[in-house]
Design a protein around this ligand. Structure first.
Ligand SMILES: CC(C)(COP(=O)(O)OP(=O)(O)OC[C@H]1O[C@@H](n2cnc3c(N)ncnc32)[C@H](O)[C@@H]1OP(=O)(O)O)[C@@H](O)C(=O)NCCC(=O)NCCS
Length: 155
């Protein structure tokens, strides 16, 4: 791999890549507590893309030349639910399965932070699923810390 770069998503080819790469990676975000068919995750991801597009947002794509490697979905108008303070929210990010472990996720996350600062929301929030150790390590290494916990139980 050469040195990948990050740019804003533009056009239908990026959209097709984001849909495919996103859908292929969704299993990592399925909570061990929830029994959901993969089709539900697929439909929900497509809904998420529509929601992101309907809000103040940025979509970043990491690429090595013409080869797309990963993407990140950032939303700017979802304030922290407790304080109401402005934040950029990382709605989702993913790297192509065969391209992981080469720093693309780290690069995308740094680009999201830069984008948040550029947008005047110098705080980046995100959620990560219990058991998604690859993502948890990435965020931990980058300095992200747990603010609160999302609990659930079958009743
Ligand atoms: C989480 C995810 C985005 C990480 O992407 P990635 O490109 O593999 O991330 P990085 O390469 O930056 O870091 C992963 C590992 O590669 C290592 N690495 C980073 N740069 C490297 C390099 N140049 N050479 C070798 N290894 C490298 C990191 O140290 C890290 O190792 P570790 O996980 O064992 O600690 C990816 O696993 C993914 O798409 N997962 C599915 C979707 C998902 O879970 N998204 C998060 C939703 S919250």
């Amino acid at each position: 791999m050469n040195a990948p770069t990050v740019r804003r998503a533009a056009g239908a080819a990026d959209r097709a890549f984001i849909e495919r790469c996103g859908i292929e990676s969704l299993g990592s975000s399925l909570s061990p507590l929830r029994d959901a068919p993969i089709e539900a995750l697929r439909m929900n991801f497509l809904r998420l893309l529509d929601v992101v597009h309907s809000r103040s947002h940025a979509i970043l794509v990491a690429a090595d030349g013409d080869l797309r490697l990963g993407f990140a979905l950032l939303v700017f108008d979802l304030p922290d639910e407790v304080t109401g303070l402005a934040q950029a929210f990382l709605a989702y990010m993913a790297v192509e399965v065969g391209q992981r472990g080469h720093g693309v996720g780290t690069l995308l996350l740094a680009a999201c932070e830069e984008e948040a600062r550029r947008h005047g929301t110098p705080y980046l929030g995100l959620m990560v699923t219990e058991g998604n150790s690859a993502a948890q390590r990435l965020y931990d290494r980058a300095g992200y810390r747990t603010e609160r916990r999302l609990l659930g139980k079958s009743v």
